[in-house]
Design a protein around this ligand. Structure first.
Ligand code: FE2
Ligand code: FE2
Length: 264
């Protein structure tokens, strides 16, 4: 099974990059399924029904979320009907939507699990380790991919060691900065962070000057999504469907043609 995973899509610029680049990426990697993290898809925080449907229309098969999952109230109205949406199973409020999703990929089931880390992250009711232990026996003989949405690389690496024999892939998201540590651990594909699909000239997607103001002590500074061209960060994983073990992992990072910083 050839899986394409797109890192946190930030705002309209990130969505535009997906629209523009995904068709050719899908062809280039001969992908069977495309998963994307959409926790920042609506103006940098959360997701709406309209944007959920927009992302699916671009060829994304399933959307994971993160700590910003419930930032837009709109989600409460459609999350229980959204059969291609996965929310972090340990994020409060629990009990809405689904924390794991099984989809059919050309006749083979794929289970997508979404969990938040608890190091430097709020609003969780259990650790990712407790959450995964609770469900790990539900998916024997199925390919399982975990989007571990967490701040700390240590927590993500430790999680991969804990569950490398149980799942086929542990894909880190949330920091918006792609790490270069992709590897296959005993048949489990792993990367600490896929990175962000959003404005290249930004501080993890946000307007640079506003972030500089905030760090300079101006508490009223806003965090709006940056303008400018978008980068796309992703990951390609191939899983042997017989053994359910990963056989290939490759980072994807497409930067805008003009990388120069143009701010005055
Ligand atoms: Fe994010
Ligand atoms: Fe996040």
């Amino acid at each position: 099974m050839k899986i394409l995973f797109i890192g946190d899509i930030v705002g309209s610029k990130g969505r535009a990059a997906v629209k523009q680049l995904l068709p050719s990426l899908r062809l280039a990697y001969d992908a069977d399924v495309v998963i994307a993290n959409g926790e920042n898809a609506a103006h940098g925080k959360g997701i709406t029904r309209k944007i959920y449907e927009e992302l699916l229309s671009y060829g994304i098969d399933a959307i994971t979320l993160g700590n910003h999952a419930f930032s837009k109230a709109d989600l409460y109205d459609f999350i229980n009907q959204a059969d291609r949406l996965v929310r972090p199973m340990n994020l409060i409020p629990t009990g809405l939507g689904r924390g794991h999703l099984e989809i059919d990929v050309k006749g083979t089931p794929l289970v997508i699990v979404n969990i938040c880390g608890t190091v430097f992250m709020e609003n969780t009711d259990e650790t990712p380790f407790e959450a995964m232990h609770r469900i790990e026996n539900n998916f024997t003989n199925k390919i399982v991919l975990v989007d571990l949405h967490a701040e700390a690389t240590s927590e993500k690496i430790a999680f991969a060691y804990m569950f490398q024999d149980v799942v086929s892939a542990v894909v880190g998201t949330h920091t918006h900065v792609q790490t270069a540590d992709e590897k296959i651990m005993n048949g489990c594909a792993f990367i600490s962070d896929v990175g962000m699909t959003g404005p290249y000239d930004s501080v993890i997607g946000r307007d640079v000057m506003e972030v500089l103001d905030r760090f300079s002590g101006i508490r009223s500074a806003r965090y709006t999504v940056s303008e400018g061209e978008s980068q796309l960060c992703g990951l390609f994983i191939e899983i042997d469907e017989t053994t359910r073990r990963a056989v290939k992992i490759e980072r994807i990072q497409i930067r805008p043609k003009d990388e120069s910083i143009t701010r005055s």
